[in-house]
Design a protein around this ligand. Structure first.
Ligand code: FAD
Length: 323
């Protein structure tokens, strides 16, 4: 009998997250003859994202639809998944390495008595099975790990694997029974108030325009926002900029902030401290704009522009607008 792989999908603002399709791609890469793929979508009001997900799944889509699952809560999600795991007994569970995935994965691993590999950026199939690559020491080194037990849970860093493409015939959508009601919850999340209003999710953005202390004020972020808008990207920041009160901590990228791996990262007025690099050094192309030619950010940049960001950024915006 083949393996059973479970992909835990996620929604944000009612839309399917791109990383869910990337996790699905990982499942297809690992799939061998006889293996089964189940995609599970937790949340509330899931008709549209479930249909979208089903269009990419060869197998089954199980929806866990309940008002208590509308926003992530460790307790409610664990409850909802416990019965599903007990019934379906997956050999491998794949999740995005998102805020939800990072919190949920160890709980699922404990429930399944499975090993866990987190923050995977690449995978390859070898004669001895799947090898998962993950960064170490803030991206300075990589390790390759394999699951040795019969069960595993793996989280995948967004933007590192391609998304699974559409399938010829969409999967059947099977609503799971109510796995939440009946057990009183200790915590109920009523609402989430978002501090950032960006249209593009920072961790999944293909382009990130980031500002550091060099932007000098909250208003200094405006040219960066304009450039990000033209490139359909998101705005990020260094901790220096957040600490100075120029922007919200929700934008912070780095060791103690978000980890991003966009196609293009534009660092504006950021010196390139090791703690910042930890959150962006795996970006595909890095452009640094800094007045100081000795700034450490230039050591990891693919393209460096020595100059004043307030002159360079509007020029880039103008050029990109024309293309
Ligand atoms: P600075 O180091 O002050 O650099 C500003 C840069 O802007 C300079 O290079 C300057 O030349 C340039 N500049 C100034 N004016 C202009 C202009 N007009 N045009 C172009 N360039 C200009 N930092 C993070 O970013 N993320 C983290 O997650 C993080 N976690 C940390 C965790 C710990 C435990 C510690 C101790 C620190 C952490 N830090 C983190 C802080 C980190 O060490 C740096 O202090 C911070 O990244 C510096 O931010 P910055 O590059 O914006 O500021």
């Amino acid at each position: 009998m083949g393996k059973r792989m479970m992909v835990v999908a996620e929604t944000k603002d009612g839309k399917l997250r791109q990383v869910s399709l990337e996790a699905l791609h990982a499942a297809y890469t690992l799939k061998e003859e006889g293996d089964e793929i189940i995609a599970v979508l937790p949340g509330h009001g899931l008709d549209a994202p479930a249909r979208e997900l089903a269009g990419h799944v060869e197998g089954r889509v199980i929806t866990l639809d309940h008002p208590d699952l509308k926003t992530y809560s460790a307790e409610a999600y664990y409850l909802a998944f416990s019965r599903l795991l007990d019934e379906d007994q997956p050999d491998l569970v794949l999740l995005g390495h998102t805020a939800v995935g990072r919190d949920l994965a160890p709980q699922l691993a404990a429930r399944l008595d499975a090993g866990q590999i987190s923050d995977v950026t690449a995978l390859e199939i070898t004669d001895e099975g799947a090898l998962f690559t993950r960064p170490l020491f803030a991206g300075k080194a990589f390790e390759k790990k394999r699951l040795t037990g019969s069960r595993g849970v793996v989280t995948l860093r967004p933007n590192n694997l391609p998304p699974a493409g559409p399938v010829a015939s969409p999967a059947e959508i099977v609503p799971a029974g109510d796995t939440v009601s009946g057990t009183p919850l200790q915590t109920v999340i009523r609402d989430i108030v978002r501090k950032t209003t960006g249209k593009v999710d920072l961790t999944e953005a293909k382009v990130v325009v980031s500002g550091g202390r060099g932007v000098k004020s909250a208003d200094g972020f405006k040219p960066l926002e304009e450039l990000a808008e033209v490139l359909q990207g998101a705005v990020g920041a260094s901790r220096g900029a957040c600490d100075a009160g120029y922007c919200d901590y929700a934008l912070q990228i780095g060791q103690t902030g978000k980890v991003v791996t966009p196609e293009l990262y534009i660092a504006c007025g950021i010196s390139g401290a090791i703690q910042h690099l930890a959150g962006m050094s795996q970006s595909r192309i890095i452009i640094a704009i800094n007045k100081d030619p000795e700034a450490p950010i230039f050591k990891i940049a693919d393209y460096g522009i020595v100059g004043d960001l307030f002159e360079v950024v509007p020029l880039l915006t103008r050029e990109f607008k024309q293309t």
